[in-house]
Design a binder for this molecule. Sequence first.
Ligand code: ADP
Ligand code: MG
Length: 348
Amino acid sequence: MFENRERTSIESLGEFGLIDHLTKQIKLKQESTVKGIGDDAAVLDFTGKKVLVSTDMLLEGIHFDLAYTPLKHLGYKAVQVNLSDIYAMNGIATQVTVSLGISSKFPLEAVEELYQGIYLACEKYNIDLVGGDTTASRQGLVISVTALGYADEKDIVYRNTAEEGDLICVSGDLGGAYAGLQLLEREKLVYIENPNIQPDLEGKDYIIERQLKPEARKDIIELLKDIDVKPTAMIDISDGLASETLHICKQSNKGCNLYEEKIPLDPMTYETAREFNLDPTVCALSGGEDYELLFTIKQADYEKIKLQMDISIIGHVTEASAGCNLITKAGVIHALKAQGWNAFPPAP
Ligand code: ADP
Ligand code: MG
């Protein structure tokens, strides 16, 4: 889905013409970028720091659907999901590279819209675009983004270092991206049946944005630094709260208790889930793509965290033999599972 109706063929520019056209206005911002686009490799200088690198690939039809994803949003999201991984290490993100596979159905104007989103994300998060690759694809659009960043060794937070007794915290609210996806999928079906019907997304902006235009939680990393709290373990929520909690617990060789009543849900997420006959808690646990941060802190840091409006304490770390549990609002204990929550009865 792209808004500009002009169609300039990419062949008319050629590969080098296209790259030049898309990247000529770049102004480098980061001190660590010595050389950006234009040579065989970018040159970066992270003197004295540990370098963080993370890659994600997005495929049309697997990770995104252009029937309801504007290309500008797609470019924005492709960068955000990678920055989120750098922040989840408690690092500072500084550069990205962007590699594209483009099929012949995309005109130049479509690729331009994609790059508008990429540049908007780079602008907002102070990131340099320092390279990439561009090739033709037989079918569909492929976007692979690599994010680079840095941290002092003492500041890096891994997944495998949670300790028994630590408090489990999460930023923002959960399940919204999945609720937004349900709406977009429904409106797509309505549109396929009758293209004259306008999509009915009134008043649902928040969850639509959660799906189409997520924001990596750089602000939470900065907040934690400000209040002098270093998480003991951290991960970003791409696959859902359940899956990510299990990653931290398994890798740390610990168990956990999560409390359903503490899981942060936006009212719009709650309402929409109910509209679709879904359990809102299941959306938070298994929905994914919220790109919030899940982290553990020492109990001694409780006082510093408890007043933070945008951080919820949702449980605690236990010994491994206690298992990973969800305690429901009704007080029933369920083993935490990454998927298969359909068996979990909806709240009355
Ligand atoms: P090479 O043939 O050495 O791989 P390319 O012709 O692919 O070089 O790329 C030329 C320059 O443009 C390099 O600096 C590369 O990183 C950059 N580049 C190529 N494709 C993209 C893209 N889609 N987005 C941003 N930079 C790109
Ligand atoms: Mg190349």
